[in-house]
Design a protein around this ligand. Structure first.
Ligand SMILES: [Zn+2]
Length: 354
């Protein structure tokens, strides 16, 4: 269908009719009859670019005495990779929040930036004295900016760029974590050498996005979670990981908009959730939020109407985790919900990988 001709043939007397026809005629399926119907257009318009993210971090750095920025390395295309640090006392428990190993999973980054602003307000007064926080808000900046050595012509998002999973070399950064650092892609090498090995990290939440159609108990999930599942993870690391999951679950599930399933993930050490736990004894949690910022598969990309609650889901997750570490309530939280948490299934059969 030719959009221009179709629109011209419609009577201009009815704006409602015009917009309805326009919506159906859009080829991307972001609105209209596609699986993402009701979630609005898939668009990059509210998303930070890499440059605006860097500006945002520098603005917060100037405002917040407790915040320090560090460049841990460069992407394939030469973009500086930023680490935001709040370290008040080396004896505090330390948590790392990692976003955008996959460049097309950006609402977790938007939520993380909100959380950084939140840490500079009175709402978190006193918190930073008792917990150290490390944040990598965009590991795969080249993928996030669509600045890659392969075509993204069939990607769906409207806007000034496309976002894609892999790095500029077409490599999935979340399948690199079992390699020698000298053999890793530069983004993952920077993470291992200049963050995992350099800082004494107790916990990590690895933030991702999955497809839009995962469900448990007949209801679409707002996200899914999983602890490390590699057999070489020490029992105490596994237990701490499950407790971190319990803290997040207890914060999200009662909200009304939150509905969490168990992620059906692999046990390979090449995956960050497993690799960080095995190599560095970091208690890890994978959190997969619903829907990606861009994709070439319609049922995977999510329209912008869902942005609000998914960004809030990230802020709520990070806030709950740091509070449970600061007051040590994570030690006594009951992790037995994992035993009954239903594993999600996918309505379309297209399960997106962590
Ligand atoms: Zn991912």
């Amino acid at each position: 269908m030719n959009l221009k001709k179709k629109v011209l043939s419609v009577s201009l007397s009815s704006l409602l009719t015009l917009s309805a026809v326009t919506a159906v005629a859009l080829p991307v399926g972001a609105v209209g009859n596609g699986p993402s119907a009701g979630n609005g257009q898939v668009t990059t318009s509210i998303l930070h670019t890499y440059d605006s993210l860097v500006n945002y971090l520098k603005t917060q750095d100037a405002k917040q005495e407790a915040l320090k920025l560090e460049v841990i390395g460069e992407t394939v295309k030469g973009r500086d990779i930023y680490l935001a640090k709040y370290i008040s006392n080396p004896k505090n428990p330390t948590i790392l929040f990692l976003t955008q190993q996959h460049g097309n999973e950006q609402l977790t980054t938007e939520g993380t930036l909100e959380f950084i602003k939140h840490l500079g307000t009175n709402k978190t007064k006193g918190l930073l004295e008792n917990v150290n926080i490390l944040i990598i808000p965009m590991l795969n900046a080249d993928g996030a900016m669509g600045d890659v050595n392969f075509s993204l012509d069939d990607y769906l998002a409207k806007g000034d760029r496309h976002l894609t999973r892999a790095n500029a070399n077409g490599v999935d950064l979340n399948r690199e974590h079992d390699k020698k650092t000298s053999e890793m892609q530069v983004e993952v090498k920077a993470l291992h050498e200049n963050v995992f090995a350099k800082y004494d990290i107790d916990y990590m939440i690895d933030l991702h996005h999955q497809g839009t159609l995962s469900e448990t108990e007949g209801e679409l999930v707002s996200g899914s979670m999983l602890y490390p599942t590699n057999a070489n993870v020490k029992p105490e690391v596994l237990e701490a990981s499950k407790k971190l999951g319990a803290v997040v679950y207890n914060a999200i599930e009662p909200t009304g908009w939150g509905h969490i399933g168990k992620y059906n993930g692999g046990s390979g050490e090449n995956i960050g959730r497993n690799g960080a736990a095995v190599r560095y004894d970091i208690a890890t949690l994978l959190f997969e939020m619903r829907g990606m910022s861009d994709h070439n598969i319609e049922s995977v990309a999510l329209g912008q109407k869902s942005n609000g609650y998914l960004i809030k889901q990230t802020v709520t997750t990070l806030d709950a985790a740091v509070r449970a570490l600061a007051d040590n309530s994570i030690e006594t939280v009951d992790e037995s919900f994992w035993d009954t948490l239903p594993t999600q299934t996918n309505r379309s059969g297209e399960e997106a990988d962590e």
